[in-house]
Design a protein around this ligand. Structure first.
Ligand code: NAD
Length: 337
């Protein structure tokens, strides 16, 4: 039994825990860093080197909050950890964002705690990176008009990341609450891209690439409004019951996703699968396209649809990048337990 205090201390000693604040995350993780972290982890998921653990999400019966964990292990990137947090609707009255999250990373070799990383900005930038990765790999090279459906907090992140993927000459946008559209217009003005608020049908008729990023529970875009050759990234549906597009659209599109299990249960594909219009086998992990084991878009007339459900490994990937970059720049705090 036991050992000297010195022995016990050295056996249990931690190498030190890196602390990376929200402000430092914003300083060190830009869109290119997020894009490459998310693209790499999607590839690792498709090759079997990385997997997400079952998600826990609970209504805690206090403050109307939804709290949960998203976790996983990426053996390719040697990243193990958990994003913990959720949704506190009353935060808005405390001058805080309703979505709150923190990423905790562990040493995959020892299980020791390695890093605590602010997760709010990273969630926004990794979600934008996912739709950008889908555009990079699936949209037609000659796409010129970007359509935005949704104008909430996430929308400007999606817009900025998307605009970097093709030579877009115009943005058309629609939102159920039109008063929010000025956010998107302001980004377009800053970037010198013409912007027009349009009705949904016109958006479908004009856009070559569409991003949906709303909290909708019913279809906002119908199949017949979407022209051949369009790429659609459905990013808002991340819970059972949510829905942004006509299930018939998924039946005619080639459907890609971050993770098939989430796509059919909490993603946009849940409705098409439940109504028998689409089967699980019809859905391709986008990592297969990134890895080159799936050809991706076949021709200029195909409609491609990315069901971006949001996986924990995306959070861990950008958090790990944040730690590495913050340490390299001397911006990470350090504590020991
Ligand atoms: P937000 O609350 O800031 O904005 C919500 C958007 O949805 C606005 O455009 C609003 O006008 C619209 N909206 C609200 N209620 C609606 C309704 N009943 N029907 C149709 N539209 C409605 O939220 P946000 O941070 O911009 O996030 C948007 C959505 O994206 C949320 O549903 C969120 O859960 C989801 N999300 C997904 C991921 C992912 O990885 N896939 C990541 C972050 C957020």
């Amino acid at each position: 039994m036991g050992g000297s205090i010195e022995e016990l201390t050295s056996v249990n000693a931690l190498p030190g825990i890196s602390l990376v604040s929200e402000a430092v995350c914003q300083q060190v993780v830009g869109r290119p860093e997020a894009f490459s972290a998310v693209e790499s982890v999607f590839a690792a998921m498709a090759s079997g080197a990385a997997y997400n653990f079952p998600v826990v999400r609970e209504a805690i019966g206090h403050a109307d909050a939804l709290y949960g964990f998203k976790s996983g292990f990426d053996r390719a990137g040697m990243v193990l950890g958990v994003k913990s947090g959720g949704y506190w609707p009353g935060n808005v009255h405390k001058n805080l964002t309703n979505h709150q999250s923190t990423v905790i990373l562990f040493d995959p070799d020892t299980g020791q705690l390695r890093s605590l990383v602010g997760g709010n900005y990273l969630t926004a930038v990794r979600t934008a990176a996912a739709s950008a990765v889908s555009i990079a790999h699936l949209a037609r090279k000659d796409a010129r008009v970007l359509g935005m459906v949704g104008a909430g907090h996430q929308s400007t992140f999606q817009l900025r990341a998307a605009l970097e993927q093709r030579n877009f000459e115009k943005v058309v946008a629609w939102n159920p609450h039109p008063e929010y559209l000025s956010r998107l217009a302001a980004v377009c003005e800053e970037l010198g891209v013409p912007f027009e608020a349009v009705e949904q049908e016109q958006l479908g008729a004009e856009a070559d690439v569409i991003i949906t990023i709303t909290s909708a529970f019913e279809p906002l875009l119908m199949k017949d409004w979407i022209k051949p050759g369009t790429h659609i990234a459905c990013m808002g549906t991340d819970t059972k019951g949510k829905q942004e597009v006509d299930p018939e659209l998924l039946a005619v599109a080639s459907v890609f996703t971050d993770e098939v299990a989430q796509s059919i249960s909490i993603g946009e594909a849940q409705h098409a699968v439940a109504s028998g219009l689409l089967s699980e086998a019809d859905i391709t992990p986008i990592g297969e396209v990134i890895n080159g084991t799936h050809p991706g878009r076949r021709d200029d007339l195909e409609i491609t649809l990315f069901d971006g459900t949001g996986v924990g490994l995306q959070d861990l990937a950008v958090a790990s990048a944040a730690v590495e970059l913050a340490q390299a720049k001397g911006l990470a705090g350090q504590v020991s337990l």
